[in-house]
Design a protein around this ligand. Structure first.
Ligand SMILES: CC(=O)SCCNC(=O)CCNC(=O)[C@H](O)C(C)(C)COP(=O)(O)OP(=O)(O)OC[C@H]1O[C@@H](n2cnc3c(N)ncnc32)[C@H](O)[C@@H]1OP(=O)(O)O
Length: 251
């Protein structure tokens, strides 16, 4: 008897192998990006911002290189800007969980400081796999209230896009609470509802949506999605800003 291998199952096997191959390639792209020493290096012009009365210097750092005062400012600014919005939806706010997420060893930071050394704003981002593809995930973009609406946020998103696409990420992606009127900011920068954004049903609604901007240079090649679970879908809610990161090969 033995095992009969029909043409159909062979085809399936080949397809699966091809998809696994793509995942491995994507993971290699992510690993390579995570080994960078200074993602801003190719874009020296973007190290300075001077507009609307703000003079800022920008730099990137791995979380492991942040000093204590930077870490506590990052946490405090996030809390000041976001706590109420989290509390006004099903996520709720939890100091420890947010601290853990911000200080996860995979975290990268883009930081803007005034020329006098004052902290102005930051983005917490990661090069990561998301639903089977390589992405730059923008976990946070937070500016001090006094300097909002002066163009620095837009400038920082441009930097994230440059870094993402230079390093072959397929998209820049982020999670935003629906109760956050700053989704208008991301829409104004041409971020669109991502295909992985969860869809509300009668009895299950999601307080957040996922927006993204696709790397047009890579958009024509096919993407792999062997894992159809949407971020946050597993338990209907998530405390972490980016929903669930589900490692494709560990599922
Ligand atoms: C993934 C996440 O981190 S989600 C959480 C986002 N962060 C927050 O909600 C924290 C509080 N807010 C902030 O830190 C900042 O305001 C940010 C990061 C949201 C935006 O950065 P800013 O520097 O304030 O925005 P910027 O001045 O670059 O705005 C660019 C354009 O976006 C649009 N925009 C920005 N904010 C708004 C708003 N509140 N309503 C409508 N449109 C807006 C406008 O078109 C604006 O251009 P304009 O000012 O010339 O009209």
């Amino acid at each position: 008897m033995g095992r009969k291998s029909s043409a159909k199952s062979k085809e399936k096997r080949l397809k699966r192998k091809e998809e696994q191959q793509k995942i491995l390639q994507a993971m290699a792209v992510v690993d390579k990006a995570n080994k960078l020493t200074d993602p801003l290096e190719p874009f020296p012009v973007f190290r300075k911002f001077n507009k609307n009365g703000i003079e800022a210097e920008l730099f990137t750092q791995r979380v492991t290189d942040l000093d204590e005062s930077t870490k506590s400012w990052i946490f405090n600014l996030t809390k000041r800007n976001m706590q109420l919005k989290y509390e006004q939806c099903s996520w709720g706010w939890n100091d420890n969980k947010k601290m853990e997420e911000l200080m996860d060893e995979a975290a990268w930071y883009l930081i803007a400081k005034g020329v006098d050394g004052t902290f102005l704003g930051f983005s917490h981002f990661r090069f990561d796999m998301d639903e089977g593809i390589e992405v730059l995930y923008c976990y946070e973009l937070q500016l001090e209230p006094a300097i909002q609406r002066k163009g620095l946020g837009k400038f920082m998103m441009q930097i994230l896009e440059l870094i993402a696409f230079k390093n072959n990420m397929r998209k820049v992606i982020l999670t935003i609470l629906k109760n956050n009127h700053y989704s208008k900011f991301f829409r104004a920068l041409n971020y669109e509802l991502d295909e992985t954004s969860p869809i509300d049903y009668q009895d299950e609604t999601f307080p957040y949506e996922i927006l993204s901007k696709v790397n047009k240079r890579l958009a024509s090649s096919t993407t792999t999605n062997i894992n159809n679970k949407k971020p946050g879908q597993a338990n209907g809610h998530s405390h972490c800003c980016s929903g669930h990161h589900h490692h494709p090969l560990m599922s």
